[in-house]
Every structure is written in C-alpha cells, then in structure tokens.
Design a protein around this ligand. Structure first.
Ligand SMILES: *Cc1c(COP(=O)(O)O)cnc(C)c1O
Length: 376
C-alpha cells in the first residue's frame, strides 16, 4: 500500500477526508446564493475563533496575502514598527518596507521581544505595530495582550499575525485591541492551503490608506461582502471555500475550548518527550513569553546530525520540519496543529526517539513514556 506521509510540520497539516471531499463538486456560481451563504457561514465561525465583533473577510491567497493586505491597506506611508524574533516577524517588516517607513525592533530568533524598545518607538510617533503572535519559525508565543495594551495607549494600529494560533490557541482580538488580525487555512484550521481570513476594527477603517493594493483592496472586499448574496470582489477559490466551510464545521463540532485544550495537551506531551530526551527547547523565555502550543522548536546539540535525524523520521513516513534560514541545521520543529491527536503525536515521538539515536544523541529517558504519561 502506498501511504501518504504524515505531515507533522507547522503547515500544511493533514486535511480530514470530509474536507478534501468537499472540493470535488461541480463548479458553482460565486455570485449566487449558495456561495453567499458558504462565505457568510465561514465568517460567522471564524469571528468566534478570532473572538471578534469586527468585520472579517476571506481572501483567496495564503497567509502572506493576508499579511500584505493588512499592511498595504493600513500602512501606506505610515511609520511602522515591526517586532521581530523569527522569520515571519521579519517578513512583516519586509512587507512594511514596500509600503511605509519601518523600524525593526530586532531580537534573536526565539528570544523575547523588546517591549521597552516598542514603547520608545511608540513615544517617537510610530503609527502601526506589527506582531507575530505565534512565531512558527522559532516556536515562541509572543505576548500579544501586552503589545496590544502598549499600542492602544499610544493610539497606534495593532496588526497581528495569528496564522498559527487562531483556531489552535487562545486569541482574543477584541480584548487585546488587535485592529487587523489574520489566519491561514492550512495551519490550525486543518483546511487545504490557499485561503486566509482578515479581521478589521472600526479604528482601522478610520485610518484606511488612500492608496491601496488593487487585488487585496480591503475596501473592495468590504463593499462586496455587504452585497446580498455576500460576495468577494473577484472570483474566489471556490473549491477551497467549500473545503474551509467543512473544516470550520469540524472546528465548531469539537468546540473551541476543547480544541484549544487538545492543542495544549499535545504540546505538553511533545515538551515532556523533549525533556526526557535531555534536549534543550529552542526558545528562550521570560515571564511574558511562552512556548508555542502549536509547534515545538527543539535545539540540536553539537554533534547531532540534523539531516540524518529528519531522514530517519521520514523513513517511517513522518515529516517533521527543520529550521529556516539562519536556523537551518540548528533546530528541528514538530508541528502539532489542526486535526492531529494522540496517535499521530505518539507515532512521531517514537520515530524521533529512534532517529535521535541514529543521529548521534543518547537520549536520557524514554520520550515516548513521558508523552504517554501526559496523554494517558
Ligand atoms: C505559515 C505562516 C505564514 C505564511 O503563510 P503562507 O500561507 O505560507 O503564506 C505567516 N506567518 C506565520 C506565523 C506562519 O506560520
């Protein structure tokens, strides 16, 4: 039998069969009532996951399209401050440079953000702050509520990437004062890649840039969404919308609280295994920062061959991720987001445990037993 590899990477993640099957239908008119109700229904569930009463739109484009929509619509010629402790924070800064005037507040990847630096930048007149809530590249969860508080105090706009937290961990857009938040379809929502969703606050609309991207013009999305039936400005990726609606029905049936609880337990199990192996976690924490509950980044000690590690795991039909850019060869990452639970986690931990031995690491104790104690 030819099995698909089990994707335990931080997106894309395995997609439940019902969600995949939803894409096989004959084409439907994207200006008709059926599409309108699929869009409206998806927006309703997504607003729950974002914890927001703000307007929300679904874009035909991956997470990066949502990043660009956020900055392109609200950051043009503005003073932007980007908090960076990983690749996606850096990407927000790079997008910002295409549209506005960016100050990067740089931390080492996986290290705490410099909130004093943020406060100084805000005092000096920064108008828009970008934050990646769950920095997938380095496995650290950043203090979104604290960043929101500072940003609000100074009257700036708060743009937050919730791509690998929304739908898998607690995100409270309204309580945290996030003006523009977004998620991608292929991470915690366990849908196929290619869609993203963006929420926009009233304060953000009041500061909508005059000159905006054409394809990602959120004012155009807003106008079309107000039509009856609800629409998108241009032809959307209809099969992906069908899949997303099915994925969101699964999310709703599980219930958000239970879903977040499941992600936390899986994360705890993986961290327990890492501790048992005697390996260091990659992120460096302080009281405000936490380990991610959707992806675990593990530091690779000297003498351990990362290529052998991942290749051995792959030999068992399981894919884990390495590090990106400067972290290549220095970390490995296990994604635990979406539709996975104990069977996938235990299989992954078993494979990694064996592979660590092949790659040159002598594990202290059994990570499998440690994870079983958390999950049992
Ligand atoms: C995956 C990811 C992105 C980029 O999304 P694409 O879907 O690859 O465009 C952005 N931010 C974070 C935190 C991510 O994990």
């Amino acid at each position: 039998m030819e099995n698909e590899p089990l994707l335990m990477i931080p997106g894309p993640v395995p997609v439940p069969e019902k969600v995949r099957m939803a894409m096989l239908r004959q084409a439907i008119n994207h200006r008709g009532p059926e599409f309108g109700s699929i869009y409206a229904e998806s927006v309703r569930v997504l607003k729950d996951l974002f914890h927001t009463g703000n307007e929300l739109f679904i874009l035909s484009g991956s997470g990066t399209a949502a990043m660009e929509a956020a900055i392109g619509n609200f950051g043009r010629d503005r003073r932007i401050v980007s908090l960076v402790n990983g690749k996606f924070g850096e990407r927000m800064g790079k997008i910002g440079q295409r549209y506005g005037d960016v100050t990067v507040i740089q931390s080492d990847w996986g290290a705490p953000l410099d909130l004093e630096g943020l406060e100084r930048a805000l005092e000096e007149g920064a108008e828009l702050v970008t934050l990646v809530h769950n920095e997938t590249s380095s496995g650290i969860k950043n203090p979104a509520a604290a960043v929101g508080k500072l940003t609000r105090k100074h009257g700036a706009l708060f743009v937050m990437d919730g791509i690998t937290s929304i739908g898998g961990d607690l995100v409270d857009v309204d309580a945290w004062g996030v003006d523009v938040a977004f998620v991608g379809s292929q991470k915690c929502l366990a849908a196929p890649p290619g869609l993203s969703a963006v929420s926009v606050s009233k304060k953000a609309w009041e500061r909508l840039s005059e000159k905006r991207p054409y394809y990602l013009d959120l004012a155009a999305y807003r106008k079309s969404a107000a039509n009856s039936p609800m629409e998108t400005p241009y032809t959307p990726a209809v099969p992906l919308f069908l899949a997303l609606r099915e994925a969101l029905a699964i999310v709703e049936r599980e219930g958000l609280e239970k879903r977040i609880g499941r992600h936390r337990r899986l994360a705890e199990a993986v961290r327990a295994a890492v501790a048992a192996w005697g390996l260091p976690m990659f992120p460096r924490l302080d009281p405000l920062h936490e380990y991610s509950n959707t992806v675990t980044a593990v530091a690779i000690p000297d003498g351990v061959n990362e290529k052998v590690l991942r290749a051995t795991v792959k030999g068992f039909g399981i894919e884990i991720a390495g590090g990106q850019d400067q972290l290549k060869g220095r970390i490995f990452r296990i994604g635990h987001m979406g539709a996975v639970s104990a069977p996938e986690i235990l299989a992954t931990i078993s494979a990694v445990e064996f592979a660590l031995g092949k790659a040159g690491w002598k594990t202290r104790e059994s990570g499998v037993s440690a994870a079983c104690r958390v999950l049992g």
